[in-house]
Design a protein around this ligand. Structure first.
Ligand SMILES: [Zn+2]
Ligand SMILES: [Zn+2]
Length: 236
């Protein structure tokens, strides 16, 4: 037998093992999801003009406490649109909290016309993927962050039922080095495999939900020339 032919059965065995492991993992995950509890929450902006709900299984949720500066800048910018620059939703350590769901988990029953779009200006070198940030135009609070061609959406916890929020999966922390400290004990770092799997699984619903990506956005942050942030320009 030549070397080439003797390596073929080994490769076939390895590929079969990988395929079998992947299939078993997918089936086990599907069974786990099937028996996972469904949790429902109201979704309501601060002034109550926008009302809806979120209905999602525990397995289809992912709570994140994000400590990044970008989230704080965005929350400050949205608050500044209403003249309440200091009235933001950041927590003790500068974190903003969201729960990620599949887009089809979100229903808006009232006040859809108040749902507005914000987009962060980007330097050209940073590529063309934009986060679509939907906020309440009526009371100037951030509500949901998503990307037009992906199936998931992050909903700000402040506008959900806290009892429901605590029942969803998590929380985990992100960008903790940009925060003002950490709780003791700190929240765990995310496990990426389930997160990536959910992102792939939600893809068929990328066009679902109450999101109008054709709205004229308000731009915030630095532009391509690195000019001052719009939030500062608007500071009165
Ligand atoms: Zn409102
Ligand atoms: Zn963040």
């Amino acid at each position: 037998m030549s070397e080439a032919t003797s390596s073929t059965p080994t490769l076939t065995t390895a590929l079969t093992a990988v395929a079998t492991t992947a299939s078993v993992a997918i089936v086990l995950r599907a069974i786990k999801r099937r028996f996972s509890p469904t949790i429902t929450s109201t979704l309501q902006c601060k002034c109550g003009k926008i009302r809806g709900h979120v209905r999602a299984k525990y397995e289809d949720s992912f709570r994140i406490h994000c400590y990044c500066q970008d989230c704080r800048d965005y929350a400050n910018f949205i608050a500044s649109l209403g003249g309440n620059k200091d009235e933001t939703i950041g927590k003790e350590f500068g974190d903003n909290r969201v729960v990620q769901f599949c887009k089809n988990a979100i229903t808006i029953e009232q006040g859809q016309e108040h749902l507005k779009l914000a987009i962060k200006k980007k330097k050209k070198s940073k590529g063309k993927i934009y986060i679509h940030q939907f906020y309440a135009g009526c009371c100037h609070v951030p509500l949901m962050n998503t990307v037009d061609f992906l199936g998931f959406v992050g909903v700000f916890c402040d506008f959900l039922d806290q009892t429901a929020v605590e029942q969803w999966d998590g929380p985990c922390r992100m960008f903790q080095s940009e925060g003002f400290g950490q709780p003791n004990p700190p929240f765990p770092n995310p496990t990426w495999a389930p997160f990536i799997w959910k992102m792939i699984r939600y893809m068929p619903w990328r066009k679902s939900g109450p999101f109008d990506y054709d709205l004229t956005p308000v731009y915030w942050g630095e532009d391509s020339n690195g000019e001052k942030k719009e939030e500062k320009k608007k500071d009165k």
